[in-house]
Write a protein that binds this ligand. Structure first.
Ligand SMILES: C[S@@+](CC[C@H](N)C(=O)[O-])C[C@H]1O[C@@H](n2cnc3c(N)ncnc32)[C@H](O)[C@@H]1O
Length: 123
């Protein structure tokens, strides 16, 4: 089981760090983001976000909905966005700059922050 699990992890890592996958997500991100607008709104509503909260977005990919949340929780809040793929995080940062979204924290590996956030979400 341990070996199979490690093999599976490697497949996931290879998939999400491959140049083709990263380029495809960068290319299609605007369309995907537009298609998912209703789902994001529902998710954000359920999360009952409030200004000043600390929010963790696991596996943030190209940055949605983390960037939207950063705007909603305001300058005293903090979004920490994590993803296993450094290339996807680079795409997310490019999206952030393009949208002029507030600063956030992004991290490739899951830091020890679970106990310090008010909401955690994964899409
Ligand atoms: C569907 S994509 C993007 C999701 C993003 N929230 C969105 O809606 O655009 C999924 C992301 O999950 C990341 N991912 C997959 N498995 C992961 C894991 N075990 N830990 C961290 N990130 C992971 C991938 O690198 C990829 O960027």
């Amino acid at each position: 089981m341990g070996h199979e699990l490690e093999q599976y992890r490697q497949v996931v890592r290879d998939e999400w760090t491959s140049a083709d996958t990263v380029a495809a997500w960068a290319r299609w991100h605007p369309k995907i983001a537009a298609q998912q607008v209703n789902m994001r709104e529902a998710l954000i509503q359920h999360a009952r976000l409030e200004p000043g909260m600390r929010v963790l977005d696991l596996a943030c990919g190209t940055g949605d909905p983390a960037l939207e949340i950063a705007r909603m929780i305001g300058p005293h809040g903090r979004v920490t966005a994590t993803d296993l793929s450094p290339q996807m995080l680079e795409n997310a940062e490019r999206t952030r700059l393009r949208r002029e979204s507030p600063t956030w924290t992004s991290s490739q590996w899951m830091p020890r922050i679970c106990s310090s956030v008010g909401r955690a979400l994964i899409v």
